[in-house]
Ligand binder design. Structure first.
Ligand code: PMV
Length: 317
C-alpha cells in the first residue's frame, strides 16, 4: 500500500539533551516544544516492492542514514517487505533546524498507514521517538510536552499536547548563521556531553522544574515567563555542551552576535528571547507585532532570516 504524510518540525522551548536509554531514545529530562510552520517534511511510503529504496531530498540514502531508516521500518514490522520511501524537506536538513523531528514524525505516520496499521497518536509518538527523540513532539500542532515516563520499555515516554496551534499566535524568527550540515550530530554531541560534562547532573535535576514553568507560561500566554525559561534551559544545555571533553561547540562568531543583538532588542522593550539547538543557528521567540523589528535588527548579522509561525499537527494526505 501507499501513503503520504506531512509533518512540521518543532523546536524545544525546554530542551531535550541526554538519554537514560540510548537504544530506545528515552530522555534524561522532559522537554517542551512548539511546532513550526511553514517548514515541513513530506514523506511518501510504498510498503512492498523489489528492494528497499530510501530517497531523501532527491538523493538515495546510503550508509548510516540508510541503516537508520531500515531499522526504523523494522520496528513497525520485523518481517516487513522491501519499502520505498521518498522524503522531501522544504528547509535545510541536519543544520540545527530540527529536520529530524519532522522527518521521523512524517515517516512514522506514512509508514504505519502504508503498512495498514492503525495507531493512536501516543503510539505513533513512541515510534517516532525511536527514530529521533525530538520527533515524538511533532505529531501534534501547537505546544507539546515530551514526558519522561517511568516504564523501562518507553511506552509512556511520548508527546502530550499542552494546547493546539490556535491557543497562541507567536513567531519564531530563525537567524540562519549556516545551512551546512553540522559536524557533530545531536546524537553524538548528546552522548559525549552526558559521558564527560561535570555539569550534566545539574542539568538533569533542574530540568523538570523548567518544564513546569514553561507549561504554566504557555497556559497563561505569558511570553516573558516563557522566553525567560527557554533562554535559561538553552544556556544550561549549551553549558553542558561546552564543558564536555572535548567541547561540543556549535556556536560560530555570528551566533554570539545574534545572542547579543536579541539582548539589545529586549533592553529597548522589544519582546524577544533566543534559543539554539545542535547547530549554530539562533531562533528568536517573539510576537507577531514585534516580528518585523526583530527581523530588521538581526538581518545584518546573518546571511538569511526565516520567520515561522505556530504549526499544526502531522497529517496524512
Ligand atoms: O531529536 P534529536 O536526537 O535530533 O535531538 C534534538 C536535541 C535538541 O534539538 C538540541 C533539543 C531538542 O529538545 O530538540
Amino acid at each position: 500500500m501507499n501513503a503520504t504524510a506531512i509533518a512540521h518540525p518543532n523546536i524545544a522551548l525546554v530542551k531535550y539533551w541526554g538519554k537514560r536509554n540510548r537504544a530506545l531514545n528515552l530522555p534524561a529530562v522532559p522537554s517542551v516544544s512548539v511546532t513550526l510552520a511553514p517548514f515541513e517534511t513530506k514523506t511518501s511510503v510504498q510498503w512492498g516492492g523489489d528492494s528497499d529504496r530510501f530517497v531523501i531530498n532527491g538523493v538515495a540514502a546510503t550508509g548510516a542514514a540508510q541503516q537508520r531508516i531500515a531499522s526504523f521500518l523494522n520496528l513497525i514490522d520485523p518481517s516487513r517487505p522491501p519499502v520505498f520511501v521518498d522524503s522531501t524537506n522544504n528547509f535545510p536538513t541536519a543544520a540545527g533546524l530540527a529536520s529530524s523531528s519532522s522527518a521521523f514524525a512524517a515517516l512514522a505516520l506514512a509508514a504505519t498507514a502504508a503498512a495498514g496499521r492503525q495507531m493512536v497518536l501516543e503510539d505513533l509518538s513512541v515510534l517516532a521517538r525511536q527514530g529521533s527523540g525530538s520527533a515524538c513532539r511533532s505529531l501534534w500542532g501547537g505546544f507539546v510536552t515530551w514526558r519522561l515516563g517511568t516504564q523501562s520499555d518507553g511506552t509512556d515516554s511520548h508527546g502530550v499536547p499542552i494546547d493546539n496551534e490556535a491557543h497562541w499566535d507567536l513567531r519564531v524568527v530563525v537567524a540562519l548563521v549556516s545551512d551546512q550540515k553540522k559536524a557533530v550530530s545531536s546524537r553524538d554531541g548528546m552522548n559525549r556531553t552526558q559521558e564527560s560534562s561535570p555539569l550534566f547532573d545539574g542539568w538533569v535535576t533542574s530540568g523538570p522544574n523548567d518544564v513546569a514553568e514553561a507549561e504554566a507560561a504557555i497556559r497563561s500566554r505569558d511570553l516573558e515567563r516563557l522566553g525567560t525559561v527557554m533562554e535559561h534551559s538553552t544556556m544550561k544545555m549549551v553549558g553542558t555542551m561546552v564543558s564536555a571533553q572535548p567541547a561540543v561547540l556549535y556556536m560560530k562568531p555570528s551566533t554570539l552576535a545574534v545572542l547579543h543583538a536579541v539582548r539589545e532588542l529586549r533592553s529597548r522593550g522589544v519582546p524577544a528571547w533566543s534559543t539554539m539547538d545542535a547547530g549554530p543557528n539562533v531562533k528568536v521567540l517573539t510576537t507577531p507585532e514585534a516580528e518585523a523589528a526583530v527581523i530588521e535588527h538581526l538581518r545584518p548579522h546573518v546571511p538569511k532570516v526565516h520567520s515561522l509561525s505556530v504549526g499544526g499537527p502531522a497529517r496524512l494526505l
